[in-house]
Design a protein around this ligand. Structure first.
Ligand SMILES: Nc1nc2c(c(=O)[nH]1)N[C@H]1C(S)=C(S)[C@@H](COP(=O)(O)O)O[C@H]1N2
Ligand SMILES: [Mo]
Length: 443
């Protein structure tokens, strides 16, 4: 990730930096935020900052931390990496470190089963993971969309006493695949330069949001709900405080299949994925699935936040000046469970494996090319197509000779949509859906 800024004074940059396109650039922001955090200027509610400082001191990084994000990837006890604001270890074999975010390496999923193991699940944090006490945590449901004057409060035990639902679903960042706008299409896009690993599929258990809203006394004229996280306020690169991470959902979706999840893959949610309770919005852009939810406003008028006005709409030449409608469902993608530029034995048979998913329906078909797209054949699917979920697939291949190859996988979903060759550009690099060209070497 190239550095686009080179400040030396962490304390003055927020106030001296003019408002610019960079204010929408997550990666610039994340690096700045990290320096602020290390300098003790950023809020990090609930995070044991002392622990991080101890690690920093041990790694000899305390004085060099302000030189940039790369040098602040820390060696944790046990020899694995961690990242600022993320609690779980981030072994390099499983994750690519992206500032306050961690991207899952697809090759680390090979042979792991249908669900992403929780310890390999990507993390996308606007600020830092708060470590909340499940015993004192409460969820407040409030607003003019509830029966007059009412606000309802639920503890974790209250939610667990309500009927539970378990389902498999992906959480995927809207910016997943963003780097391919640049590397495949020569276009710029602001934000974290994800490859394809800003997605994970887990088995979530929780209570239907609709159940909780009805118990809170939903009015017939309610239209939107606005879940809000308990993580620190999000401050943009130019120093504007946008408040806590929050994004409205239409009531129709909230009452359809949205969960308040308290378990992930059969265990209580871990801190990085929203403990004690997160919103889980199947098929939709990851930002809808608010982690560490603390309150939900229920409104009789449409609600707005920066996350459905400035962010998570499509802006650019092909879109209206105010942007597209707020993003809802994810698009269609496929990924090989191979490292970039993997070396494969040129004299052996290989079983190429991967996963494909769509926000519109199940994945019905995957085609694979091992010659840069000249010829295609159908991959075997190892899961039934399901909404909001992925399918594992495989295809056998023996390289014809040593050399460079470009592997492609192209999914078609149950609505009949197939991944295109290119994605229409948008400035923030959301919803990349084109077929990704994956280079490998047969040696
Ligand atoms: N409170 C809160 N919720 C949040 C976020 C956040 O920073 N704060 N990030 C969102 C984004 S952009 C994504 S893609 C998903 C990532 O979920 P994960 O970290 O469990 O993979 O959480 C969403 N929910
Ligand atoms: Mo995201």
């Amino acid at each position: 990730m190239p550095r686009t800024d080179a400040p030396s004074d962490t304390s003055s940059e927020a106030s001296t930096e003019p408002l610019s396109a960079e204010s929408l650039n997550e990666s610039v922001h994340d690096r700045r935020r990290l320096r602020q955090w290390l300098a003790g200027e950023a809020r990090a509610d609930g995070i044991a900052r002392r622990d991080l400082l101890r690690l920093l001191a041990a790694a000899g990084l305390a004085t060099t931390a302000s030189t940039g994000f790369a040098s602040a990837a820390l060696a944790a006890p046990g020899g694995t990496e961690t990242a600022p604001g993320i609690v779980k270890p981030l072994p390099e074999a499983w994750f690519t470190n992206r500032g306050t975010n961690a991207e899952t390496r697809f090759e680390a999923l090979a042979g792991t089963g249908h669900h992403t193991p929780t310890d390999r699940f990507f993390v996308r944090n606007h600020t830092s993971t708060p470590v909340l006490d499940a015993h004192t945590w409460t969820l407040t449901v409030w607003g003019d969309g509830l029966a007059k004057g009412r606000a309802a409060e639920f503890g974790l035990d209250d939610l667990k006493r309500l009927p539970a639902t378990t389902r498999s679903a992906f959480v995927e960042c809207a910016g997943n695949g963003r780097s391919f706008f640049t590397t495949q299409q020569g276009q710029t896009a602001s934000g974290t330069a994800w490859t394809l690993g800003a997605i994970g599929v887990a088995r979530w258990r929780g209570v239907r949001l609709g159940e909780v809203l009805r118990r809170a006394g939903l009015r017939r004229d309610a239209v939107d709900v606005l879940p809000r996280g308990l993580d620190p306020d999000y401050v943009t690169a130019d120093g504007t405080n946008l408040g806590r991470v929050r994004r409205p959902l239409p009531l129709s979706k909230a009452l359809d299949d949205v969960l308040l999840a308290y378990e992930m893959n059969g265990e209580p949610l871990p801190p990085d994925h929203g403990a004690p309770v997160r919103v889980l919005v199947p098929s939709w852009v990851g930002i809808a699935s608010i982690k560490w939810v603390g309150d939900i406003e229920v409104s009789a008028q449409p609600l707005y936040s920066p996350w459905n006005t400035d962010f998570y709409r499509l802006f650019g030449d092909a879109y209206p000046a105010d942007g597209s409608a707020p993003l809802t469902r994810q698009t269609l993608k496929s990924a090989f469970e191979l490292p970039w530029n993997a070396s494969l034995d040129a004299t052996a048979d290989h079983r190429l494996t991967g996963r494909a998913w769509s926000g519109a329906g199940g994945v019905a078909r995957v085609d694979v090319s091992t010659d840069g797209g000249a010829t295609w054949r159908r991959a075997r699917l190892h899961d039934a197509p399901r909404r909001a979920d992925w399918v594992r697939w495989s295809a056998d291949w023996r390289p014809a000779a040593p050399g460079e190859y470009t592997l492609l996988a192209r999914a078609t979903d149950t609505t009949g949509r197939t991944q295109p060759e290119t994605t229409v550009h948008n400035t923030q690099g959301y919803l990349f859906d084109a077929v990704v060209r994956h280079p490998v070497r047969a040696v």
